[in-house]
Design a binder for this molecule. Structure first.
Ligand code: ADP
Length: 266
């Protein structure tokens, strides 16, 4: 397999590299450079971060961003207990205090004011001012900020501002080629080689279909679901119908068209 490496020890979460992302990430981590990972859903972004946290031996603080996420959700807040108020660190503050990787998944979903909170951590000051406690934390060398988003979902309002974007080294992820995806399905599900290959080929074909007006194409995650269903004895067409076609669209005509493709390919 050209240019493809799978680095794994018995203790590490499996991650099949597609390119030189492991080396780039490691270099960024050693040089305190924040990293932005962009790519479609289910293509391995989260798995990659988990794997890299293990390779680097750093704690991982993951935040699934959403539109109600505030700066306090990241930094922390005062809580009330036993008649007193006490301060509780949010995941970003914990990562700065304890050292580790803070991973903001789907960062474009978060409110703009919460994103501004990460700015002082992403330049050479590497500080986190906490107004509510009056603290000014200096990030240790092993603190790293990683954010991810899916450029496919982006609209003008949701895109990251250039002033935020230009603070990160960016890695572009995409769905793997047939060979690599076959290996991922095999490793994740321990299914038959022939099934893994068929599903990877089906995905490759589905991803080339442009006429169905799908918001997103089939992810590696969905192929893994399909392989697991088939392994459990579900008929392959039903398994792919449920795990792939119905997941990709709510439009009956589109689902039927996808099912026809699945039927032709399996
Ligand atoms: P994302 O964060 O990009 O939405 P995930 O990292 O959660 O996607 O990937 C979804 C699933 O697909 C993972 O749980 C894993 O089973 C599988 N997967 C995708 N890409 C890879 C890869 N390169 N190596 C290992 N597993 C992968």
């Amino acid at each position: 397999m050209d240019n493809v490496q799978a680095i794994q020890t018995s203790k590490q979460t499996f991650y099949q590299a597609q390119n030189n992302e492991i080396e780039l990430f490691q270099t960024a981590a050693n040089n305190q450079v924040p990293v932005l990972i962009k790519g479609p859903t289910g293509c391995g972004k989260t798995r990659f971060i988990q794997h890299m946290a293990e390779v680097l031996g750093r704690k991982l603080f993951t935040v699934a961003c959403h539109e109600d996420l505030t700066a306090s959700d990241l930094i922390g807040r005062h809580l009330i207990g036993d008649g007193n108020t006490y301060w509780q660190d949010g995941p970003l503050t914990r990562a700065v205090r304890e050292g580790g990787i803070c991973y903001l998944d789907e960062v474009v979903e978060a409110r703009k004011d919460s994103i501004v909170a990460i700015h002082p951590l992403t330049d050479d000051r590497r500080i986190l001012p906490i107004d509510r406690t009056g603290e000014l934390l200096k990030a240790p060398d092993d603190f790293m900020l990683v954010v991810s988003y899916n450029p496919g979902y982006q609209n003008l309002l949701k895109g990251l501002k250039p002033s935020t974007k230009q603070r990160f080294m960016a890695l572009r992820f995409d769905y793997p080629n047939i060979e690599t995806e076959t290996q991922i399905i095999l490793k994740e599900t321990h299914c038959e080689m022939s099934l893994a290959k068929q599903l990877a080929e089906l995905a490759h074909h589905l991803r080339q279909l442009k006429e169905h007006d799908l918001e997103e194409s089939v992810s590696t995650r969905l192929l893994i679901y399909a392989a697991n269903l088939i392994k459990q004895g579900i008929n392959p067409l039903s398994a792919c119908g449920a795990a792939i076609a119905e997941s990709l669209s709510d439009d009956l005509a589109v689902v039927e068209a996808l099912n026809l493709v699945i039927q032709a390919k399996l």
